[in-house]
Design a protein around this ligand. Sequence first.
Ligand code: URA
Length: 237
Amino acid sequence: MSNNDAIREHLKYFRDLGVQGVTTDPVWRERGPRPLSGGEASSPPAADGTDATDGLVQVRARIGDCTRCKLHALGRQQIVFGVGNPHADLMFVGEAPGSDEDRQGVPFVGRAGQLLTKIIEAIKLSRDDVYIANVIKCRPPGNRNPEPDEVETCEPFLAEQIDLVRPRVIVALGTFAAHTLLRTETPISRLRGVVHEYRGAKLIPTFHPAYLLRSPTRKRDVWEDMKTVRALLDAAQ
Ligand code: URA
């Protein structure tokens, strides 16, 4: 790829994320942290439900038939964007679609997904009440873990989904989602049991339902975490 092509690709990627243009203002050449003031959030706040619904449709349209990372050429059938209530108070974030999700285009529909549905119902909600998405929107081959370049490319779309839905509580399902969102390597067993802050929401890390299928004794811990979720939601009413 020539230099010009690389620059074109780079600019197209940022345009797809919603960045409107470039500036030659010297202040932007500095690499240090630049605190955001209220009006400069990375994506427009969802002022009401209509904005969130439309916004999610727009993000999905911008993703298009994505070829931004190598996963598009590694056997994915379709993009698995996210599902549920655009105004949800509660959002679940998993790792990446598996084969069932890749076939159906919906997150958490396989065996782990069926367990997640039960977990949601255990706190007196349904899948239609919550919003469910993954860090990565395409299935990694052989269900391997997503790789850093894939996360770097795809995670901004999850951030947009979160900023549009504006959930009060986010449940990070499993090590991969918790580590990605919280930018930590601390084991999930130490992250769980603590209420974290993330993009204006309370974030509760818990074990992934696929792990629970292999280690059912951990269901007790997940139930404790879900009681915390229920209490946070009730306190916000
Ligand atoms: N595991 C995940 O992390 N996400 C899914 O959508 C399905 C299984």
